[in-house]
Design a protein around this ligand. Structure first.
Ligand code: FMN
Length: 452
């Protein structure tokens, strides 16, 4: 690839690049360093200090249907990096995701990846919309798994719906139409679709209403995305049905005004999501399916009519549990409408996972993940809030996005805070912080560290 073809200043990608050139880095050249070391992010029984209970954050979790084992309860939440080239992941993604893997995250979810080219949020989004995309995803998954044991890696399957063809945060605001990318700029404004001909907000593109047949095609697009993801080696797929993207916009009465079998009643608005889950499960019955929803539109009090609320999320959770196909319900929130009312603060979305968890659905049917500023009630206490959420039963898993961005070694810091010792880590990072300040830096390494 000639990098001179890429206009880095404007975030344009090189249409000729296939993403499959050898990097010169060979997986088989990796020198395994882990002999006799426990997997990063785990706490072997004999390394727990006397009198210290194992934090829930460091318990493994076996998922209900796939039986996939997650080595701890800390999940890297999917994060668009706007750094893909025509949907292909790049070495950037390995550096970005590798840092979380090396430092003991139990599970990494790779960013929202478009199941169609027009289903990407921005031209720099990751994609899984052709068989050619499998290669770069497979490289990332196999690399991560080569240098960290016990890591589970998933892919978030996405369709941006009426929020497609927009600028990434790096370029928004520099353009005449800050709300969308024109055709001349590499966007696809004519292919922006939704359940109804409505826009996200003022200045945004009005979606083209999908025909009944086109809705059915969306099911196939997600199944194809799942097929490619599993071929690339992912352990699970998460269906992105949150943040105002296509599937969320079918769920909410604010964005779905359809009169066919995909609009109107709760059953009709949730039909597309159910059809996608069933179709993926019927092709891949042993594979793990996760679903991300916005637990609320945060628009109940906006005076704009019926919205998607926690009550509907709870109903959806019960119906998903009944299918026996979904391992994890990932409870995020918002993103559907420009008039949402959110007050971000530590644990600001916790009540949504808690509401679902309180339904008492057996863990053998569905597990629940919470996300939203869970890195710590204060910066000095990494892991304390996450542990409290898990201990209270509000969630079975904790996802962090910005917390991991700010501190890829968050799991290590959380372990040190919760147990007084570091969990196992990668041997190459043996001498990393946190250390106890009072200790001699050349001291013999305590047992829990000795195991990493
Ligand atoms: C840089 C960035 C990119 C994100 N991209 C995605 C994404 O691809 N898919 C998704 O569902 N959420 C995405 N999110 C939302 C996060 O996954 C997460 O739900 C949200 O940031 C709240 O968690 P936090 O407080 O731990 O950051 C993104 C967030 C950030 C900060």
């Amino acid at each position: 690839m000639s990098s001179s073809k890429i206009d880095f200043a404007h975030g344009q990608t090189d249409p000729a690049w296939s993403g499959s050139e050898p990097l010169g880095l060979k997986l088989e050249s990796f020198v395994p360093t882990r002999l006799h070391h426990p997997p990063p992010g785990t706490v072997p029984e004999d390394t727990l200090p006397d009198g210290v209970q194992r934090p829930k954050l460091f318990e493994h979790l076996d998922l209900p249907h796939s039986k996939l084992r997650l080595k701890n309860r800390a999940v890297v939440s999917p994060m668009c990096q706007y750094s893909a080239n025509n949907g292909h992941l790049t070495p950037y993604h390995l550096a970005h995701l590798g840092s979380f893997a090396l430092h003991g995250a139990g599970t990494i979810m790779v960013e929202a990846s478009g199941v169609t080219a027009a289903g990407r949020i921005t031209p720099q989004d990751a994609g899984i919309y052709t068989d050619e995309h499998i290669a770069s995803h497979a490289s990332i998954v196999s690399s991560l798994k080569t240098f960290t044991e016990g890591l589970t890696v998933g892919l978030q399957l996405a369709h941006a719906g009426r929020k497609a063809s927009t600028w990434s945060p790096f370029y928004r605001g520099e353009h005449k139409h800050a709300e969308y990318v024109t055709k001349e700029e590499g966007g696809w404004p004519d292919e922006v679709v939704g359940p109804s001909a409505l826009a996200y907000g003022e200045g945004w593109l009005k979606a083209k209403e999908l025909s009944n047949q086109e809705v059915k095609d969306v099911v196939k697009q997600f199944v194809e995305g799942a097929r490619r993801a599993f071929k690339a080696g992912y352990d699970f797929v998460e269906i992105h049905s949150a943040h105002g993207y296509l599937l969320h916009s079918f769920l909410s009465p604010l964005s779905n005004h359809r009169t066919d079998e995909y609009g109107g009643s709760f059953e009709n608005r949730t039909r597309l999501l159910h059809e996608i889950i069933s179709a993926i499960n019927s092709e891949f019955p042993n594979k793990s399916i996760w679903v991300r929803v916005s637990g609320t539109d945060f628009a109940e009090n906006a005076g704009k009519g019926e919205s998607w609320t926690l009550e509907e999320t709870k109903k959806l959770a019960s119906s998903l549990a009944k299918t026996g196909m979904v391992d994890v319900l990932d409870c995020s929130a918002g993103g559907l409408v420009s008039f949402q009312q959110i007050k971000p603060a530590p644990g600001y979305q916790r009540h949504l996972a808690a509401g679902v968890s309180k339904l008492g659905i057996p863990k053998s049917e569905l597990t629940v993940m919470s996300v939203g500023m869970l890195e710590g009630a204060t910066p000095e206490q990494p892991g304390s809030l996450a542990e409290e959420v898990l201990q209270s039963g509000d969630a079975d898993l904790i996802a962090l996005a910005r917390g991991f961005l700010g501190n890829p070694a968050w799991v290590t810091f959380a372990g040190a805070n919760l147990m007084g010792v570091k969990p196992a880590g990668s041997p190459q990072y043996h001498r990393s912080h946190p250390h106890k300040k009072s200790e001699d830096p050349h001291r013999p390494i305590p047992r829990a560290q000795n195991n990493n």
